[in-house]
Design a protein around this ligand. Structure first.
Ligand SMILES: Nc1ncnc2c1ncn2[C@@H]1O[C@H](COP(=O)(O)OP(=O)(O)OP(=O)(O)O)[C@@H](O)[C@H]1O
Length: 240
C-alpha cells in the first residue's frame, strides 16, 4: 500500500506546479496516472520517489516495503556490466544468491538478454536498456512498482512479457503505478485512474465512474472518456 498526498510540488519554490494530488494504491491494484504532455505525471512520480526540488506533502509506504522504479529514460552506471548491476541491486536488498540468481537468469532469458550479462548496458539500445531495468526491478520482487511509460520503446514480445509480469506481480499483492499514453493498454491493465491536467487532479476512480462522470455509456473507451473530460475542462477554463 502506498499513500500519496501532494499538497504542492514542483521545480521552483515560488512557482510550484502540482497541487492537491491525493491518491492511494492498495496491494494488488494497478493505478494508471494519465494526462496530456506536461500535465504533471513525471513530476508526480519524482515527488513520490523523492527527487523533486520542492515538495509539500506526505508519501506513506509501509516499513520494510520495497519500491522499484522504472524511469522513462533508463539510467544505468557507465562502468558496471549488466550482471554487476544485478549483483549491486541484490546486495542493496540483502537478497541471498540462491534467491536472486535463478530469478535474474529467468528474467534475462525472458527478455532475450541471455549472453549480454557481461556487457556494459550503457552501450545497449534504448529498448535493451529499458529491458535491463525491467529485469533489475522484477528481480527484487518489489511491493510497489512505479513505471513511467512502460510501453514506449519496447518491442511487441517484450511488451507482452512485461504485461504478463505485471499481472503476476499484481496477483502476488504488489501495488503498481504506471504512467502511459497508450490508453487501450491502460484500460486493460489498470483498476483505477488518476487523471491530471496542468498539475491538478481532474479525476480519480475506475472506468465506470469515469463513464458516469463524462455522461457516457458503459461501452465508451477510456480514450474517449479522457478526451471528453479534457474537452469539458478546456471549455470551462477562463478566457484571457
Ligand atoms: N526539470 C524541470 N525543471 C523545470 N520545469 C520542469 C522540469 N521538468 C518538468 N517541468 C515542467 O513541469 C510541468 C510538468 O511536466 P511533467 O514532466 O511532469 O509532465 P508529464 O505529464 O510527465 O508530460 P509528458 O507526457 O510529456 O512526459 C511542465 O510544465 C514541464 O515543463
Amino acid at each position: 500500500m502506498i499513500e500519496v498526498k501532494i499538497n504542492h510540488a514542483g521545480y521552483h519554490l515560488e512557482q510550484l506546479y502540482l497541487s492537491d494530488i491525493h491518491f492511494s494504491i492498495p496491494p494488488g491494484e494497478t493505478v494508471g496516472l494519465l494526462g496530456a504532455n506536461g500535465a504533471g505525471k513525471s513530476t508526480t512520480i519524482k515527488s513520490i520517489i523523492g527527487t523533486i526540488e520542492a515538495f509539500d506533502g506526505e508519501i506513506h509506504i509501509k516499513d520494510g516495503h520495497r519500491l522499484a522504479y522504472i524511469p522513462e529514460e533508463p539510467i544505468l552506471y557507465d562502468h558496471l556490466t549488466l550482471w554487476e548491476h544485478l549483483r549491486l541491486a541484490a546486495t542493496s536488498y540483502d537478497l541471498p544468491d540462491e534467491q536472486w540468481i535463478p530469478k535474474a537468469e529467468e528474467l534475462l532469458k525472458l527478455f532475450l538478454l541471455t549472453g549480454k550479462e557481461h556487457h556494459f548496458p550503457v552501450h545497449f539500445s534504448k529498448g535493451m536498456k529499458q529491458k535491463s531495468l525491467i529485469v533489475l526491478s522484477f528481480m527484487i520482487k518489489a511491493d510497489i512498482y512505479i513505471i513511467d511509460e512502460p510501453f514506449i520503446g519496447l518491442d511487441p514480445i517484450a511488451t507482452k512479457n512485461l504485461i504478463t509480469l505485471l499481472e503476476q506481480e499484481k496477483q502476488r499483492g504488489a501495488a503498481i503505478l504506471m504512467t502511459t499514453h497508450v490508453l487501450d493498454s491502460a484500460e486493460k491493465l489498470c483498476d483505477t485512474f488518476v487523471l491530471l491536467h496542468e498539475g491538478r487532479m481532474l479525476f480519480k476512480g475506475n472506468l465506470i465512474e469515469l463513464q458516469q462522470r463524462t455522461n457516457q455509456t458503459l461501452d465508451t473507451s477510456l480514450l474517449d472518456c479522457f478526451y471528453y473530460l479534457l474537452e469539458e475542462e478546456v471549455a470551462n477554463e477562463p478566457r484571457l
